[in-house]
Design a protein around this ligand. Structure first.
Ligand code: KIV
Length: 277
C-alpha cells in the first residue's frame, strides 16, 4: 500500500536543533482522527507500541507485532501535515542483530511514511543505532524504564535511583553518541534527568522525567482520560473523556429504551424534498 508523505513534516535534524530551546511537544497517536487533532500542537507524534495495551487490550507491549505497527502507522500518517511521525520498533524486531533491525526499520518507514523509528535500550543497542543511522534511518532512543524489558526489570519501577543513576546516564550517552537524534527518558528521578539533559548533545524527551528535559511526551489516551486501567504518577489528566463517553453512552441507552431516540429530526421522510445525508 502506498503512503503519501507530507514534505512539511519536521525531520530528525529539525528536532535535534531544538536542544535547549523551546521544549518539544510530543504525544502518541494510533488513529487518523487523533493524528488530525494533535498535529498542529505537536512537534513529534509517536505511534508507540503502547498501542498494544491502550487499543488492543494486551497486558504489556510484548505482544505487539510489525503488522500492528504498520497498520496504525499508516492510519496516523494520513492525519499528519506538520508533526514528525516516529514509529516504535516492536519487541523482537531489532534486538537480535543490526541487519535484521535495518530490514524491519526500513519496512516500518517505507510502509508508513514515518520519518524515524524509536527503539528501546541503551549501551546494548548502541551498535544497532550506529548501524541504522549510518544507513539513513533516523533513530530516537528510549532509556530509563523500557517497558519491553519488564521481565528483566521486574516491573514498571522508577529507574536510576541512587548509584543506579550512572547506568541510566551511560545508556543515554551511548544512544546519543551512536547517532540518535533524540532520547526518551522514561520514569527516572528529576535530578538524574536534569544531569543527563545537560550532559548529552541531543534533546531528551521526558515521560516521568521532570521539566528539565528538552521536551515531554505522554500517551494521548492517558492525558485525555480515555485509558483509565491504571494511572502512573507522571500522567496528568487534561480531560476526562472516558467519563464523558460513559455518560453519553448511558444517555443513549436510556433514550433507546424509552423510545426517545431517534426523534423526528433523525428520521427520513418518504419524499425527497429535504437535503439529506
Ligand atoms: O509506546 C509508547 O507510547 C512510548 C511512549 C510512552 C514514550 O514509548
Amino acid at each position: 500500500m502506498s503512503v503519501s508523505v507530507s514534505h512539511n513534516r519536521l525531520s530528525g535534524s529539525d528536532v535535534r536543533s531544538r536542544k535547549s530551546g523551546t521544549p518539544l511537544v510530543c504525544l502518541t497517536a494510533y488513529t487518523t482522527p487523533v493524528a488530525r487533532l494533535v498535529d498542529s500542537e505537536c512537534d513529534i507524534v509517536l505511534v508507540g507500541d503502547s498501542v498494544g495495551m491502550v487499543l488492543h487490550g494486551l497486558p504489556s507491549t510484548l505482544g505487539v507485532t510489525m503488522e500492528m505497527m504498520i497498520l496504525h502507522g499508516q492510519a496516523v500518517a494520513r492525519g499528519l501535515e506538520r508533526a514528525m511521525l516516529v514509529i516504535d520498533m516492536p519487541f523482537g524486531s531489532y534486538e537480535a542483530d543490526p541487519a535484521e533491525a535495518f530490514r524491519n526499520a526500513a519496512r516500518l518507514m517505507t510502509e508508513t511514511g514515518a520519518g524515524a523509528v524509536k527503539l528501546e535500550g541503551g549501551q546494548a543497542m548502541a551498535e544497532t543505532i550506529r548501524f541504522l543511522t549510518a544507513r539513513g534511518i533516523p533513530v530516537m532512543g528510549h532509556v530509563g524504564l523500557t517497558p519491553q524489558s519488564i521481565h528483566m526489570l521486574g516491573g514498571y519501577a522508577v529507574q536510576g535511583r541512587g548509584s543506579d543513576g550512572a547506568r541510566v546516564a551511560a545508556d543515554a550517552r551511548a544512544v546519543s553518541e551512536a547517532g540518535a537524534f533524540a532520547v526518551v527518558l522514561e520514569k527516572v528521578p528529576a535530578r538524574l534527568a536534569a544531569e543527563i539533559t545537560t550532559s548529552i548533545d541531543v534533546p531528551t524527551i521526558g515521560i516521568g522525567a521532570s521539566s528539565a528535559c528538552d521536551g515531554q511526551i505522554l500517551v494521548v489516551d492517558d492525558m485525555l482520560g480515555l485509558f483509565t486501567a491504571f494511572k502512573p504518577k507522571f500522567v496528568k489528566r487534561y480531560a476526562a473523556l472516558g467519563e464523558a463517553a460513559e455518560r453519553a453512552i448511558r444517555s443513549y441507552a436510556e433514550e433507546v429504551r424509552g423510545r426517545r431516540f431517534p426523534a423526528a429530526e433523525h428520521e427520513y421522510a418518504d419524499t425527497a424534498e429535504e437535503i439529506s445525508c
